[in-house]
Design a protein around this ligand. Structure first.
Ligand code: ZN
Ligand code: ZN
Length: 138
């Protein structure tokens, strides 16, 4: 997601484009699969932003579709920018915790077919695999 799209998204939901929101967005662009806490840690060195407002902003971003939750089985909720152009799913190693992304183009078609059989319209989906990565499997 580009900055321009981000601005549009805010406008669409009648939210203003503040410097705090911009800061958080730009940081989210650079990080992958981050938690709100990690965002806060990265920000607090350069700005006076409070933990509370980082958490609130992350929540807002999720509501307006700027961020999406990365579903993992662990308690830590992680997020990533919602990039329609680059839809992918995740698998996580249960030993080292590394998260691996994989594209799901062909899976997506499969899911559409399954849903169709049930006369079901998919609005969103996410797939999460847990297992052992190459390194930890040896
Ligand atoms: Zn591993
Ligand atoms: Zn991802």
């Amino acid at each position: 997601m580009q900055l321009l799209h981000f601005k549009k998204q805010l406008k669409k939901h009648k939210k203003s484009f503040t410097s705090e929101r911009k800061q958080i967005f730009l940081l989210a662009q650079k990080m992958q699969h981050f938690s709100a806490q990690e965002l806060f840690e990265a920000l607090k060195e350069k700005s006076k932003i409070s933990r509370m407002s980082v958490f609130r902003t992350v929540q807002l971003f999720e509501q307006i579709g700027v961020l999406r939750k990365v579903i993992t089985n662990s308690n830590a909720v992680r997020y990533e920018l919602n990039t329609e152009e680059n839809h992918h799913e995740h698998m996580q190693c249960s030993v080292c915790g590394q998260i691996i992304e994989f594209p799901d183009n062909s899976l997506h078609n499969q899911l559409e077919k399954i849903a169709e059989k049930h006369d079901f319209k998919i609005q969103e989906h996410s797939l999460f695999l847990r297992g052992l990565c190459k390194k930890c499997n040896h």
